[in-house]
Ligand binder design. Structure first.
Ligand SMILES: [Cu+2]
Length: 195
């Protein structure tokens, strides 16, 4: 009989915890919402834009805002700082010299003070870049069609898992020490018994 109340208590605690999570998640989701962008997400452009503009449903607060535009070859093209005007945030671009897929990663400070991060993409048509640059762009496009920045490739994930070299040295010294002490005891006991 005692199991049933305990089970019920556990379920009640679980539900309460879940409800608390939902309750706290509710207000946190009321960040700014992107309502418009230039270029638009998924748009293919026949001419290179000289800026990226994001429009939100609420004011973008000053400070901590970032917009990064990454080209098909992994280069970034921001020119200057993020500018804001109430619900608008924009950044200038240096000339886009590669045809292909571009990614806009942004992080802005919502009106409620929380950061909002997301990404958009657009494609620059071949005719939007100078013809000699367009032919140069064929090689990088062929090898890297993934337009996203490869920041997630940690440089040494194995090194984090493997033990540091000094640990191996300490273990080796300890093993050698144990073996030597066993050998010494063994030889002493043989010496004693032989004598
Ligand atoms: Cu928020």
């Amino acid at each position: 009989m005692s199991r049933s109340p305990r089970w019920a208590l556990g379920a009640a605690v679980g539900l309460a915890a879940g409800g608390l999570l939902l309750a706290t998640a509710g207000p946190a989701s009321a960040h700014n919402v992107l309502v418009e962008s230039t270029p638009q997400d998924g748009e293919t452009l026949d001419s290179a834009p000289d800026q990226v503009e994001l429009v939100f449903n609420e004011e973008v607060l000053e400070g901590g805002n970032g917009i990064v535009v990454t080209g098909p070859n992994g280069s970034t093209y921001e020119d200057g700082e993020v500018q804001t005007d109430t619900e608008r945030a924009w950044i200038g671009l240096s000339p886009l010299d590669q045809a292909g897929d571009y990614t806009i990663n942004y992080r802005i400070i919502s009106a409620d003070g929380h950061p909002l991060e997301d990404s958009l993409g657009f494609t620059l048509a071949d005719e939007a870049v100078p013809s000699d640059e367009a032919t140069d762009a064929q090689d990088p496009n062929g090898t890297t069609d993934d337009g996203s920045p490869e920041e997630t490739d940690s440089e040494d994930p194995v090194a984090d898992l493997a033990m540091p070299p000094w640990v191996a040295v300490v273990i080796a010294i300890a093993v050698v020490g144990i073996v030597v002490s066993i050998l010494i005891r063994f030889m002493r006991s043989r010496g004693n018994s032989d004598a």
